[in-house]
Design a protein around this ligand. Structure first.
Ligand code: GLU
Length: 291
C-alpha cells in the first residue's frame, strides 16, 4: 500500500507507457521491469498505456510486436488495450477529447498562449523529449498573446504553457532523492498543443496519469525535466501529484543511450536467437535497483 503525504491510503497503480514507433530494446525493458517490480512489491496494479499520438511514427505492427515482446519477457498488466479496464481507453489516440478539454481549461485561465513560432513546433513532437532532444529555452516571443485570438494569414498556432520565471521546482524522487530545477532557467514555456491540432506529450501524459489514477510514475531519468513541466500542469489543474521514480538509462559499449534503431539490443533479436528473458535480466543488471 502506498501512503500519500495527506494520509490517504491508495492502492498502488503503476504504468508502462510504450510508444509504438519501433521495437522495444533492453533499456525499455529494464525501466519497465522496475515499474513492474515496484507494482508487485506494493501489491498494486500495472496499467499498459499505449502512447500512439504521433500518427506518422506509430505503427500497428510495432504495437503488436511490443505487446508480444512484453508478454514474452514476463510482463503482466491488469489493465490495457487488450484486456480493457475501468480507466480506459488505454490508447492515447482514443483519448483526444480528454486532452482537448484539459487544453480548454488552461486557455480559460490564460495559463497558455498561442504561439506562431515555427521551428519549435516542429521539434515538439507528441513524443517525450529524451536527453539530447531538449531545444533552447523558448524566448517568449508570443507570450503577449491572450485567449483564442488568431492572427490572420499566419500558419496555425500551437499552444504554449506560461512557465513562471525563477520558480524552484523540487521533488523527492523515490530513486534519486531530492531533485531540483529552476523554471525559466532549466526549462522554459513548453508546448501543450501542437500546431497540427494534436496534444503534445506533456499534456497528454499528465491528463492520462491523473485520469488513470497512477500513484507512481517510473520512467527514465532523461525525462526529469519533463517531470518538472508536468508538475506545473498538476499544479495548474490542482490534481494530486503521483510519486516519481526515475531510473538510470542503459547505455551501449560507447556510453551512448540505446536507440530504437539499434536492432542488436531489441528484445526481438534476443528472442529470435533463443535467449531466455532470465538470462537477459542477469546480463543487463536488472537487479541493480534499490527499492
Ligand atoms: N511514451 C513515453 C516514452 O516512450 C513515456 C514517457 C513517460 O514515462 O512518461 O518515452
Amino acid at each position: 500500500m502506498e501512503v500519500l503525504e495527506s494520509g490517504n491510503i491508495l492502492s498502488y497503480r503503476g504504468r508502462l507507457a510504450p510508444t509504438p514507433s519501433g521495437y522495444l530494446h533492453m533499456g525499455h525493458a529494464r525501466t519497465f521491469w522496475w515499474a513492474q517490480e515496484r507494482a508487485l512489491k506494493c501489491g498494486g496494479r500495472l496499467i499498459l498505456r499505449v502512447e500512439d499520438l504521433d500518427g506518422t511514427r506509430s505503427k500497428s505492427e510495432f504495437l503488436d510486436a511490443i505487446m508480444e515482446d512484453l508478454w514474452w519477457f514476463g510482463f503482466r498488466w491488469q489493465e490495457g488495450p487488450d484486456i480493457g479496464g475501468c480507466r480506459g481507453p488505454y490508447r492515447q489516440s482514443a483519448r483526444f477529447d480528454r486532452y482537448r478539454e484539459a487544453l480548454e481549461r488552461l486557455i480559460d485561465r490564460d495559463l497558455v498562449y498561442r504561439c506562431y513560432c515555427s521551428r519549435k513546433d516542429i521539434q515538439a513532437a507528441p513524443q517525450a523529449p529524451h536527453a539530447g532532444d531538449e531545444g533552447p529555452l523558448y524566448p517568449g516571443t508570443c507570450r503577449g498573446n491572450t485567449g483564442y485570438e488568431t492572427k490572420g494569414g499566419q500558419r496555425p498556432p500551437s499552444w504554449r504553457f506560461r512557465v513562471p520565471d525563477g520558480l524552484r521546482m523540487s521533488f523527492d524522487d523515490r530513486n534519486l532523492g531530492s531533485v531540483s530545477y529552476v523554471s525559466g532557467v532549466d526549462f522554459g514555456d513548453f508546448i501543450v498543443w501542437r500546431q497540427d491540432d494534436m496534444p503534445a506529450y506533456q499534456l497528454a501524459v499528465t491528463v492520462d496519469d491523473h485520469a488513470m489514477e497512477i500513484t507512481e510514475v517510473v520512467r527514465g531519468e532523461d525525462l526529469l525535466l519533463s517531470t518538472c513541466r508536468q508538475l506545473l500542469l498538476y499544479r495548474a489543474f490542482k490534481w494530486t501529484v503521483p510519486g516519481f521514480f526515475h531510473c538510470p538509462l542503459m547505455t551501449d559499449n560507447d556510453g551512448e543511450k540505446l536507440s530504437k534503431r539499434n536492432r542488436s539490443v531489441a528484445l526481438r533479436s534476443f528472442r529470435e536467437q533463443g535467449i531466455e528473458p532470465e538470462q537477459l535480466r542477469v546480463r543487463f543488471g536488472f537487479d541493480g535497483v534499490r527499492f
